[in-house]
Design a protein around this ligand. Structure first.
Ligand SMILES: Nc1ncnc2c1ncn2[C@@H]1O[C@H](COP(=O)(O)OP(=O)(O)OP(=O)(O)O)[C@@H](O)[C@H]1O
Ligand SMILES: [Mg+2]
Length: 294
């Protein structure tokens, strides 16, 4: 079991909650997902509500169960899909006042995945998901970079075994509906058009992740550079310099700014200078936005 997951995590988790605070634009993404899924995830609560306000279990409640507990996180590289999955799961458990268990399927295992092994991997992952799902506990399975598993079956070059594993995946997604909201599957992809139609159709929500807009870039600089005095105008300029307009129509991503520009700027100042606006401007001009994934 240990080998097929990169990471397992008990939720709620205060470290994740802390990290969530630094994710710009998180709240609006979360509320879209939560509004979409809360009825599915809180079926006991729904029953209680129905009995309390309508003295009976309304038939409409059963129809709500037809949704699939599948969330697809789609978007370009470095837009926050991987970091957001844990945050979404963490906040969901908090909102629902439940506990959670988060399983992240290992990319390494999938990379090695010989034809025919993928189906087993999917089976094992979902078996563990079922074991971990409990009465007061939601189990989350995160298939990061799901393209490798969920690629469309219409591709001609696809091997029989790979097609079979996509079928297995679809079947497993169907099966977890029987857990009545105690299991949720997340998939991330930066190539939504490679994902099999049948999988996309099942998703309760396909959440699109994008590179930051001007306001978000400014917020990212302002938040990351807290403690250094920069004027509004300087922060505005930093946001401008990383815009699509200044970079052949493709702006810097969250990860370009946070994991490339800022560390490099600090490296330029450290150890004998302070981190100045000029250093940041110079650094930005030397780092191109990462190319868009097609
Ligand atoms: N909303 C955000 N606010 C602040 N920083 C962010 C945000 N989204 C992403 N980042 C930063 O960008 C980094 C990369 O994000 P992440 O790995 O989640 O991207 P991704 O969408 O999974 O990319 P890929 O498709 O390449 O896997 C994060 O470690 C974080 O530092
Ligand atoms: Mg990722």
């Amino acid at each position: 079991m240990a080998t097929i997951f990169d990471n397992t995590l008990e939720l709620p988790n205060s470290e994740i909650q802390e990290r969530t605070k630094s994710l710009i634009g998180f709240e609006s993404k979360f509320s879209r997902i939560y509004t979409n899924l809360k009825l599915l995830l809180d079926q006991d609560g729904l029953n209680e509500w129905s009995k309390k306000f309508h003295q009976t279990k309304l038939p409409i409640i059963n129809q709500l169960k037809d949704k699939y507990p599948l969330i697809i996180l789609a978007g370009d590289a470095g837009t926050g899909k991987t970091v957001s999955a844990e945050s979404i799961a963490d906040k969901m458990t908090r909102e629902l006042k439940k506990e959670g268990f988060f399983l992240k399927l290992s990319t390494r295992v999938r990379g090695e995945g010989l034809h025919g092994q993928m189906g087993n991997l999917v089976n094992d992952a979902f078996a563990e998901l079922k074991i971990q799902a409990g009465k007061r506990r939601i189990a989350f399975l995160f298939i990061d970079e799901a393209d490798a598993i969920a690629t469309t079956r219409s591709t001609m070059q696809m091997h029989q075994e790979e097609k079979a594993s996509v079928n297995t995946l679809i079947q497993k997604i169907d099966e977890i509906r029987e857990l009545h909201g105690r299991a949720v599957v997340f998939m991330s992809t930066n190539r939504l058009h490679f994902i099999d139609e049948a999988i996309i159709r099942r998703a309760s929500i396909v959440l699109e992740f994008e590179r930051p807009n001007k306001k978000e870039r400014k917020e990212l600089f302002s938040q990351s550079l807290k403690g250094i005095e920069f004027s509004e105008e300087q922060l505005d300029n930093l946001a401008d310099l990383t815009s699509p307009e200044k970079n052949s129509n493709l702006g810097h991503s969250f990860s370009d700014i946070r994991l490339k520009i800022l560390p490099e700027a600090v490296a330029k100042a450290f150890p004998d200078k302070s981190l100045t606006y000029e250093i940041l401007v110079e650094t930005i001009s030397s780092i191109k936005p990462s190319p868009k994934i097609k």
